[in-house]
Design a protein around this ligand. Structure first.
Ligand code: FA5
Length: 344
């Protein structure tokens, strides 16, 4: 029996060496150390042996059992270590490889345009101010000579926010002109400001109209300001932004808070003035409304119109890149299609 045990041990060691994963190790354990293994059978049958043989065989069988258990544990460790080394080798990071480039964001084309517009006016001596998107009826309409029921309210389809005892009083500003009042209330002339900001109109959108868009308001109040100052400032601006060659149209318009009122339009880039879908077949795209500040508006904020005069304008920001790059639909700006935005 002892001879058999020695053979068994040699065979077990040889097989253990060829086991390559935990599944094969477990099979080996069942075969050589399991309940039905030959070694367990020998240990169980010791009591049937004569005393002498029992002692020798028992001692040897136990030693073999111990050495098989140790060998199993060692082989387990060594297989685990090789598995770990292999997996580390496979997943090794080569720190000398160049990293993945991080996509870098950029300013929205509207933001870029606002910055450029502000720079042009800042060079002429205008200061930049900002104001609230949520406005009172008073600033958006009343103080600008547009009392309730004035037909000019139809020009500014309004998103109302709340009302007080049936009287609507808070809204999303429909233009940046309320900032004329807010600034003049607190600043004595001379005033030269521009105000970039969002405006909202409750109207159907089309290629040149959005329900949310940006304007840049301008206001200059001082002694002896005339229509010539307004025209000179705005023509200079148009030349800076659109170049010397581009045709600029200057003609009368009506806004209750200026007198006289004008509008400036730029020749459509897409059709060179011949008329197309973008310009509504007129050949021109209107970019701003302007005029001399109405004396009633000056009086309302405590500025004497006999001493001071001023001009104001409100410029549609998105129309500038549309005219420059031939963008045929204003709605592209806020659809957030990255393929469009990436071009600027
Ligand atoms: C006004 O908003 C006046 N507050 C402008 C003004 C200021 C006049 C100071 C006199 C003195 P108007 O509604 O025309 O005016 O808008 C001015 C410009 O904003 C337009 O020329 C156009 O370029 C742009 N604009 C107007 N409505 C929209 C719209 N729905 N979507 C995109 N741009 C618009």
């Amino acid at each position: 029996m002892l001879e058999e045990l020695e053979k068994l041990q040699l065979q077990a060691f040889a097989e253990l060496e060829s086991a390559v994963d935990s599944r094969e190790l477990e099979q080996w354990r069942i075969c050589y150390l399991g309940k039905k293994s030959r070694l367990t059978q020998v240990l169980r049958s010791l009591s049937t042996l004569p005393l002498d043989e029992r002692r020798n065989t028992g001692a040897r069988a136990n030693t073999i059992k111990k050495s098989l258990e140790n060998a199993l544990e060692e082989r387990g460790h060594s297989l685990e270590t090789s598995r770990l080394v292999l997996s580390l080798e496979n997943k090794r990071v080569d720190i000398t490889l160049p990293g993945y480039p991080m996509p870098i964001g950029r300013s929205h084309p509207t933001t870029q345009t606002i910055e450029e517009i502000c720079q042009v006016f800042q060079k002429m001596g205008f200061q930049v101010f900002e104001g609230p998107d949520v406005e009172w009826d008073y600033y958006n309409f009343e103080a600008l000579n547009i009392p309730a029921d004035h037909p000019a309210r139809d020009m500014f389809a309004t998103f109302w926010i709340d009302s007080n005892r049936g009287k609507r009083n808070r809204l999303l500003r429909t233009h940046t002109s309320p900032m004329q009042i807010r600034v003049m209330e607190h600043t004595p002339p001379p005033i030269r400001i521009i105000v970039p900001g969002r405006c909202y109109r409750y109207e159907a959108t089309d290629t040149t109209h959005e329900s949310m868009f940006y304007q840049v308001e301008g206001l200059a109040v001082d002694k002896n300001i005339t229509m010539a100052d307004l025209k000179g400032t705005l023509f200079d601006f148009c030349r800076c932004i659109f170049g010397e060659e581009r045709k600029v149209r200057f003609r009368c318009d009506y806004f209750p808070f200026v007198e006289p009122g004008v509008e400036i339009a730029i020749e459509c880039l897409a059709c060179h003035g011949n008329g197309c879908r973008i310009c509504g077949y007129s050949g021109w795209i209107e970019i701003l409304g302007a005029g001399m500040v109405n004396p009633d508006v000056l009086r309302r904020v405590g500025i004497d119109p006999e001493v001071y005069s001023g001009f104001a304008f409100g410029l549609g920001v998105e129309r500038v890149p549309m005219l420059r790059y031939g963008i045929d639909d204003i709605r592209l700006f806020y659809n957030n299609d990255i393929r469009f935005l990436r071009q600027f």
